[in-house]
Design a protein. Structure first.
Length: 357
């Protein structure tokens, strides 16, 4: 049994299961993005991922050289060690190559620091505005003010380390788009901005999966898969048709949203399935889960649709809710209270029309 297993047994034997699970969840969160869409509603899995330890044995190799008149010995030169920093020149070159392909496919043009250029976003010249402190106290990520620092290795010890910036867009665009390639708590995140909103540079996670996955692949060496909204909704139809009905996997658990009236985060707990009646229908080109009271005979229900969006470099499930006959958008809800507070009433652009529209 390895040390990880022995530690687990000691905790369980002492009746400290709750502390054990807290430690385990903490380790998982530090490990990167979770791909479990309904992780907020289910107990931790009993499966443990194990990493194999490969022990390399170094053998001494004798190299015999044919003897002639001289007794020279050939020296085998050791190769230079590969840099293990989070960011380096090699990765910067890979990003430059990746961006050249990506912008060509998008029909857009960008200037990037990875090419030795100085992108200009509406008067903010990168990387100068980060290096000279011009942006200090002037950057907002959702509801939170953040400080950006410039880094050449992603290891300067600060929370938000920008390693590259690209600015541009489609030809003839008056307002450019800037992408900030960031290391946030050692995690690759691509932030973007299109406006300055006066004296504040507002940034958000880009929802472009190719950019997020491409940058993550360059930083970590493994490109993550881009998950689809369809994968979150595969069991909605069968959950509605089965008798008795059941909640689809991705819709389970408690969801949190920001109440703009009370200026606080509120929760939407999972209702007992016996208290509701579920239907599945399409309105405004969205396949909704319509939730009504079990004995409701009139009026509209609450429409729910769960889809993926990027937050802090990871894809997370986001529930869109709507109401009324036209499935008018009401809010976005999250499986995490802190994320709901961070994003508040943020809109992604894929929401259904509101009644005012």
């Amino acid at each position: 049994m390895n040390e990880f297993g022995r530690m687990k047994n000691r905790f369980i034997q002492k009746g400290m299961k709750k502390i054990w699970w807290s430690m385990l969840i903490g380790v998982l969160l530090l490990g990167g993005c979770s791909t479990n869409a309904a992780s907020h509603s289910r107990k931790p899995s009993s499966k443990e991922s194990r990493s194999s330890v490969v022990t390399k044995k170094t053998n001494k190799v004798s190299s015999q050289v044919s003897e002639s008149s001289s007794s020279e010995k050939k020296v085998i030169a050791q190769s230079k060690p590969v840099s293990t920093t989070i960011w380096n020149k090699t990765k910067e070159q890979k990003l430059a190559k990746f961006m050249q392909t990506w912008q060509s496919e998008m029909g857009q043009t960008y200037k990037g620091t990875y090419n030795g250029e100085k992108p200009n976003h509406l008067g903010y010249v990168f990387p100068d505005v980060i290096k000279n402190g011009q942006l200090d106290g002037k950057v907002k990520w959702g509801s939170r003010k953040i400080n950006l620092t410039w880094s050449t290795n992603g290891e300067n010890g600060n929370e938000f380390q920008i390693v590259a910036v690209a600015t541009g867009g489609k030809p003839g665009t008056n307002f450019p788009t800037s992408y900030l390639f960031c290391i946030h708590n050692k995690r690759p995140v691509v932030l973007m901005t299109q406006t300055t909103n006066g004296n504040t540079l507002e940034v958000q996670d880009t929802q472009n999966g190719d950019l997020q996955a491409g940058f993550a692949g360059i930083v970590t060496g493994t490109r993550p898969a881009v998950l689809t909204d369809a994968s979150l909704n595969t069991d909605v139809s069968s959950s509605v048709k089965v008798s008795p009905q059941r909640w689809p996997n991705a819709y389970q658990g408690t969801w949190y949203y920001y109440d703009t009236s009370d200026k606080k985060v509120d929760s939407q707990p999972e209702s007992k399935i016996s208290d509701v009646k579920l239907t599945y229908l399409k309105i405004q080109n969205i396949k909704w889960l319509d939730v009504r009271g079990a004995h409701q005979t009139a009026g509209d229900g609450t429409y729910e649709y769960v889809r993926y969006h990027y937050y802090d470099g990871c894809q997370i499930p986001v529930m869109m809710t709507a109401g009324g006959a036209g499935a008018w958008f009401t809010l976005n809800a999250y499986p995490n209270k802190a994320v709901a507070m961070q994003l508040q009433d943020f809109k992604y652009g894929d929401e259904s029309k509101s009644e005012e529209d």
